[in-house]
Design a protein around this ligand. Structure first.
Ligand code: SF4
Ligand code: SF4
Ligand code: FES
Length: 286
């Protein structure tokens, strides 16, 4: 018999969101309240399976009485608080964050970034052609996934997913300081010489495409990556008896990558190397 864990019922709290009385279960973040109310607040470092890191600050909102802007992704809604998501101060702060990120890194594969840059009137080009950029060549040192740190915003999500929050492998960490800070393996060795076990759980949480399947990287380079044309089918991995859910992304009748549903109560979007990358044998029919 399968036992579905029931959560304790939570009482509702009331607060004011953009001038409207809003009720959310106690413990909800301001971001969760915004999403329930259909209010768009941009996020980059927030991950639905990870503890908030407060690294990007693109989600800031104004809480009445607070001296500084507040990250909506980590601040819990409190009874009686008054929150404004669209104040001039919050919009200006998001604009600057987007300008700094887009002027130093490549956000071309970050979902939502182009729209937010337009919406907030961000002008990454205003720092000029000499603006400091990461400008790193993609690291292609294995057949499974590629690390393109030119697209990395140092949100820490991959580090947290690889470390104590999920994988407990600790193959990667942030090395260096200031502008030289980078996600790195121990001593910067190639992934193949590191502790990495190729679970791909870091790819699952990366918000920018800095970490991507080799299949996706190659198809983007060839100009054949066509996400709108892809179908997604969630099924059960057959490699062992655990029964993890996997979602097959299929384009032109070929599996091009595998993700895992984040709302699965057992795996929370995480997989092992077999579930994540074992799809390649499906295409190798002789
Ligand atoms: S593939 Fe898995 S083990 Fe390797 S760096 Fe990513 S999360 Fe860590
Ligand atoms: S590689 Fe991706 S997940 Fe890791 S810090 Fe950079 S942007 Fe975040
Ligand atoms: S999404 Fe909230 S601080 Fe990054």
């Amino acid at each position: 018999m399968t036992a579905v864990p029931l959560r304790l019922p939570r009482r509702l709290i009331e607060f004011t969101l953009d001038g409207r009385e809003t009720r959310v279960p106690e413990g909800s973040t301001i971001l969760e309240a915004c999403r329930a109310a259909g209010t768009d607040v941009p996020t980059l470092c927030q991950g639905d399976t990870l503890t908030p890191k407060n690294a990007c600050r693109v989600c800031v909102v104004e809480v009445e009485g607070a001296r500084t802007l507040t990250p909506a992704c980590s601040r819990r809604a409190e009874a009686g608080m008054t929150v404004r998501t669209d104040s001039e101060r919050a919009r200006h702060s998001r604009k600057v964050v987007l300008e700094l990120l887009a002027s130093s890194t490549d956000l071309s594969t970050t979902p939502g970034a182009a729209g937010w840059i337009k919406e907030y009137g961000a002008e990454p080009g205003r720092f000029g052609a000499d603006a400091a950029r990461v400008n790193e060549e993609p690291k292609v040192d294995n057949d499974l996934y590629v690390r393109d740190y030119d697209k990395c915003i140092q949100c820490y999500k991959c580090v947290d997913a690889c470390g104590e929050q999920w994988q407990n492998t600790f193959a990667i960490a942030i090395a260096g300081r200031g502008f030289d800070a980078r996600v790195s393996t121990e001593h910067g060795v190639p992934l193949t010489d590191s502790a990495c076990v190729y679970c791909g759980n870091c790819i699952e949480v990366c918000p920018t495409g800095a970490l991507s399947f080799k299949s996706e990287f190659d198809m983007r380079a060839a100009g054949t990556w066509d996400e709108p044309a892809q179908t997604e089918t969630t099924t059960v991995c057959a490699y062992c008896g655990v029964g993890c859910n996997i979602t097959l992304h299929v384009q032109d009748n070929e599996i091009v990558k595998v993700t895992s549903p984040h709302d699965n109560p057992v795996t929370h979007g995480n997989l092992c190397i077999k579930g994540r990358f074992g799809f390649q044998h499906v295409q190798n029919r002789v």
